[in-house]
Design a binder for this molecule. Structure first.
Ligand code: AGP
Length: 611
């Protein structure tokens, strides 16, 4: 996903553009650029790499203008080069774009056939040419845009300027949001509310198939036919939650430490939300959980909650595989879509496919006014605060805790008699923020162990039941920020092949249950789980692997493991969150010790708004 910023007002646009781009940089950071519009024409500056590289180039220029646009890029079409960076220009037209013009190659052929040549490999430049062709025919910019839109296929948001009218910016949204805000007469456009929150505390988001025309101190909204819309604009209060590092070296560690509060706020707001108690639970007897990456992992953990606490069946699908996911879905299915950003294209496609089949849709997201929250039948919000680091941490644990509370409420509302475990689970639900805080106290020990594992060539996270799903999330965290080989396997599955990979350079992390009571062996399920994990431990130890056991606090595991960070006593439903915190800390420290980027890993973006 990319970040777009636009400004038109009474001050010099450059500082607004650079500050706004820094707020949006988490969305994509391959390259960045700005264009400034004045009576002297258009001045474009672009740079590969982080926004600070662009800022350095701009600082050597004394750019002045009436308006400007900026962009941070996560490359979808074309290599990471300055030439492919936005803004792109064609004739009079300069624009920045987020999303994909899916039919750009046929459009590119059409403009090349009339003698135009492209300077870049991007779909964005094709869009600029299409609009320039129309303004060359004499159409004003707004009309030129409405003539081009019917030719486009895909989801996109773009902001465009024509130096014939340098104080005017036009923003377009089709399936990808574009926020609009007014800061003392300075009009701002941004890909998300974060880009506005430095300058104003309220704004609104363009819905799909809308155009906004901005001039200093004013705006007008049109539909794709160019007709002025008369809809009332509902302003959203922008959360300017502190997105500073406040002493942490990286956002990821800040967000790891924010988890107790994130989980507490999520639960507190959920209890206050009428949405939870008005859900028609009795209509549903199956849950289909869908998401991408960590969001899908939260669904994998929650599957256990819905099946064991509510007594409904539950399945988990990759949102990107949505086209094959609804062939046998019954009308009594609730489709739960999980997404931190609420803008992940694959998850939005899954939502729309579910709705097309008349299925009930509930979204779990961290972003209000996100496309997912606006298009779902029902929506419950995590209250994790803005998550900047690409590796999801507090959003994931907030999603899991919200889904646990949802399953708990569902079982209560259908008066499921088997919910006799409620008295046992309640204290652990209330203690969860504190238990996360206790787990964070392992931070230094985890760093010490990570130092010992710097030379390890492969990492295997093994677990049984829900702890295998947590192992999947831990492996993803390690992969995406340390770039190490990491794999998660069901512990019982290792001996059926993957054991061949284990050698003296392997690290095996055993996620074991401690059970729902302090005395872990009193619970038969715990006892069985731990016995099975002992077999796995011996299988890998005899191959020379480094054994690191998380969870079970018994003399055997202490004695047989090379390292052992005990976890607080918890419940088997809240334990997955505590294991996850250990995995986050380990991924962070190993990556940091290896000198990795941490918050902006190579090739990744915070939310992937293209399929
Ligand atoms: C998580 O650490 C990754 N950055 C990635 O898997 C992420 O969870 C996935 O892209 C889904 O994003 P979303 O929650 O915003 O939909």
């Amino acid at each position: 996903m990319c970040g777009i910023i636009g400004y038109t007002g009474n001050e010099n646009p450059v500082s607004f553009l650079i500050k706004g781009l820094k707020q949006l940089e988490y969305r994509g950071y391959d390259s960045a650029g700005i264009a400034v519009f004045s009576d002297n024409g258009t001045h474009i500056v672009r740079a590969v790499g982080p926004v600070r590289n662009l800022e350095h180039k701009v600082s050597k220029l004394s750019l002045q203008g009436f308006s400007g646009i900026g962009h941070t890029r996560w490359a979808t079409h074309g290599k990471v080069t300055e030439g492919n960076s936005h803004p792109h220009q064609a004739g009079r037209i300069t624009l920045v774009h987020n999303g994909i013009i899916e039919n750009y190659s046929e459009l590119k052929e059409q403009i090349e056939q009339i003698g135009r040549t492209l300077k870049s490999e991007t779909d964005t430049e094709v869009l600029a040419h299409l609009i320039d062709i129309e303004v060359e025919k004499g159409f004003l910019l707004l009309e030129a845009i409405t003539r081009v839109i019917p030719k486009l296929r895909g989801s996109y948001a773009f902001v465009v300027s024509d130096p014939e009218d340098p104080r005017c910016l036009i923003g377009v949204s089709q399936g990808i949001p574009l926020w609009v805000g007014n800061s003392n007469g300075n009009m701002l456009l941004s890909s998300d509310s974060r880009g506005l929150s430095l300058f104003t505390n309220e704004g609104f988001v363009l819905k799909s198939a809308e155009i906004v025309q901005c001039r200093p101190g004013s705006f007008q909204v049109f539909d794709f036919s160019g007709h002025l819309t008369t809809k009332n604009i509902s302003l959203t209060q922008l959360s300017n939650d502190s997105s500073e590092l406040v002493g942490f070296e990286h956002y990821m560690m800040k967000e790891i430490y924010e988890q107790p509060l994130a989980v507490l706020n999520t639960k507190a707001k959920l209890i206050q939300s009428a949405q939870l108690y008005s859900l028609p639970f009795k209509l549903w007897d199956h849950v289909q959980l869908m998401g991408c990456g960590s969001a899908r992992h939260a669904g994998l953990v929650a599957k256990h909650y819905f099946e064991q606490i509510v007594g409904v069946t539950a399945t988990v699908d990759y949102a990107s595989e949505f086209s094959d996911c609804f062939n046998h879905t019954q009308p009594s299915t609730l489709v739960i879509l999980i997404s931190q950003s609420g803008e992940t294209a694959d998850t939005l496609s899954a939502l729309r496919a579910a709705k097309n089949r008349g299925l009930a849709t509930l979204s779990i997201t961290n972003r209000k006014q996100s496309s997912l929250s606006l298009e779902s039948d029902f929506c419950l919000f995590t209250e994790a605060g803005c998550e900047i680091s690409v590796a999801s941490t507090k959003a994931f644990t907030s999603q899991v805790s919200l889904l646990l509370a949802l399953a708990y409420e569902w079982s209560y509302q259908i008066e499921r008699v088997e919910s006799s475990f409620r008295p046992q689970l309640n204290p652990y639900l209330s203690a969860l923020p504190e238990q996360i805080a206790q787990t964070l106290q392992r931070d230094k020990q985890i760093r010490f162990i990570a130092e010992k594992l710097l030379s390890s060539r492969s990492f295997f996270f093994l677990g049984r039941g829900v702890l295998f799903n947590v192992a999947q999330e831990c492996a993803l965290k390690l992969k995406e920020i340390s770039y190490c080989f990491a794999e998660a396997y069901p512990a019982g599955e290792l001996k059926h092949g993957p054991l061949a990979l284990i050698d003296k350079d392997s690290t095996v992390i055993l996620l074991t249950t401690r059970g729902s009571t302090g005395d872990s062996v009193s619970d038969p399920l715990t006892h069985l789980q731990q016995d099975k994990m002992k077999n796995t431990l011996q299988e890998v130890k005899s191959r020379g692997a480094f054994i690191w056991t998380w969870g079970a606090d018994t003399p055997y595991f202490r004695q047989e493991s090379h390292e052992f960070p005990p976890l607080p006593s918890s419940h088997r439903f809240t334990e997955p969150i505590l294991h996850t915190v250990l995995g986050q800390l380990f991924a962070y420290h190993l990556a940091h010790l290896k000198g990795a980027e941490i918050d902006k890993p190579r090739n990744l973006a915070k939310s992937v708004t293209v399929e």
